[in-house]
Design a protein around this ligand. Structure first.
Ligand SMILES: [Zn+2]
Length: 506
């Protein structure tokens, strides 16, 4: 970690705390107190001296708005004067009320070497990559500010109490609040017409019905774009992933998924009270899993999980060995051998395990989303990824790499035989591989930060890049697929056949 430009005479860091209210008028200014509690606990953990606290309650109708603004400016002024080692705030969207004020603060931070601590993570504005990353996050959060609720653990806990209605609102639903207390009561289908157009609830029903009727996802998207219907995400266009995600989201039939399994009714009603809708929904899921649809996509097709799941078949170590072991080979995409047959993921090591590609994609993604949106997940991941754990592993990797480099240098200089080099490598490489695996389990892909939190589902839908999605799968989950057992196959057996282990904790 880099050191701040300013510290107290005894070397202790001087912390400024900053809290800013959510733009969501329902939640009033309450969450600033919660932000400040978190900020203070970080300072206590780090033994930083809290010298000043600044708040921006930023209520448009508030008589205090003027004073709050002065408060922010005062903080920037004192940072520019080099009075602080670190500014502690909850998350990027809480650090600055708009882009212009961020750039003023950024300049002050950069000039004085004042660090920023957001949600426990440090940023140094003197380092270009960190400066760019934080700026991008702040710009992103500003774009989303009008549409979304702030995510924080407090909201998540409140949401859990009223039955897991938390995070960003599911497209097609609206929140219901107690008119007296402003408390969240639950979510119901949003049946308010959008101008001359259908309501969002009707749009969801329309999408699922059209997918079930085998209309192509692309043509549905073009139609929705032409009608200028509001999308669930920040994108103005209806992209294909968004439509597919709607058409297979069991939340719309009032079901809740936990750890990849449908675990009974959700705390909200289905998107429509039409009793035939559930059958339509499952028909849409089946259409999306139909290989004949996928073949038309040609080279644009993506294979979410190829090379990620491992094989759980039990194989004999040798011909006369009674002990068997788990194969462990990776499952790769196996193209359909004939038109109309499904693509599969199959084990190329023992050839005993294969699974329908779309089924696994849908199942594993649903499990990931359920894992991501568990309240407190962000805090949990942060704990697992504490620097203490990774520093030791990094040191071990550095030591092993140095040993390996030395052995190879000696072999090149002919002071070590090729046989000895092979022996040295056989000792070092597995240890190095294990250390790297532990590190990758410990430092998840940076993209994970983008999707953690109660609005995980909506944030996930905005990741268009399959490479980034795959990096996140690898960072958080190990998937093992077992052979088809006696008496089961297909969708219902997925929980039996697909074992998911969470690398950062269940
Ligand atoms: Zn295998």
């Amino acid at each position: 970690m880099t050191n701040p430009g300013t510290t107290a005479a005894d070397g202790q860091w001087i912390a400024f705390l900053y809290g800013r209210a959510s733009v969501d008028p329902r939640r009033k200014g309450r969450s600033v107190n919660a932000q400040m509690l978190d900020n203070r606990s970080i300072c206590n953990e780090q033994n930083w001296a809290i010298v000043a606290e600044f708040r921006d309650d930023d209520r448009s109708a508030s008589p205090y708005a003027k004073r709050a603004r002065d408060n922010y400016d005062e903080m920037v002024g004192r940072v520019a004067a080099g009075e602080a080692s670190v500014i502690v705030a909850w998350e990027p969207s809480r650090l600055s009320r708009d882009t212009e004020s961020w750039f003023v603060l950024r300049r002050a931070l950069q000039n004085t070497g004042t660090l920023v601590c957001l949600d426990g993570e440090m940023y140094d504005m003197r380092i270009a990559t960190q400066r760019q990353r934080l700026t991008r996050e702040i710009l992103d959060s500003e774009t989303e500010a009008d549409k979304t609720q702030a995510r924080n653990a407090r909201t998540a806990r409140q949401g859990a109490a009223v039955g897991a209605v938390h995070g960003r609102i599911l497209y097609g639903y609206r929140r219901e609040y107690d008119p007296d207390t402003g408390d969240l009561l639950g979510q119901v289908p949003d049946t308010e017409p959008q101008g001359t157009e259908a309501s969002k609830a009707d749009i969801v029903v329309e999408i699922i019905t059209r997918v079930a009727a085998r209309e192509s996802v692309r043509s549905i998207g073009m139609d929705l774009d032409a009608r200028r219907l509001e999308t669930p995400g920040v994108s103005e266009r209806w992209n294909l992933a968004t439509i597919r995600n709607i058409a297979r989201n069991v939340a719309y039939i009032g079901r809740r998924v936990h750890r990849g399994q449908v675990v009974g009714p959700a705390q909200w009603p289905p998107i429509t009270d039409d009793p035939t809708f559930e059958a339509t929904f499952w028909a849409a899921v089946a259409v999306l899993a139909d290989p004949s649809r996928r073949t038309q996509r040609g080279t644009a097709a993506v294979y979410e999980f190829t090379g990620i799941p491992t094989c759980g078949a039990r194989v004999s170590a040798s011909a006369d060995d009674s002990e068997d072991r788990v194969c462990g080979g990776y499952l790769y995409r196996i193209p359909a051998t004939r038109p109309g047959r499904a693509h599969q993921y199959g084990c190329r090591t023992c050839h005993r395990v294969a699974i329908n590609m779309d089924l696994l994609d849908t199942y594993a993604t649903a499990a990931l989303l359920a894992w991501l949106e568990v309240p407190g997940r962000a805090e949990q991941v942060l704990k697992v990824t504490s620097e203490d754990a990774s520093v030791g592993i990094l040191a071990e990797i550095a030591r092993l790499e140095a040993e390996l480099a030395q052995a190879r240098a000696m072999a090149t200089a002919r002071t070590l035989s090729v046989v000895s080099l092979a022996a040295a490598e056989a000792g070092i490489l597995p240890a190095l591989g294990q250390a790297r695996a532990r590190l990758s389990a410990c430092v998840p892909h940076p993209g994970l930060a983008r999707v953690l939190g109660p609005d995980a589902r909506a944030r996930w839908a905005e990741i268009d890049d399959v490479v980034e999605r795959r990096a996140i799968y690898r960072a958080v989950m190990d998937i093992r697929v077992l052979p088809i057992g006696p008496g089961y196959g297909g969708v219902r057996s997925l929980p039996k056949r697909v074992e998911i282990r969470w690398r950062l904790g269940a």
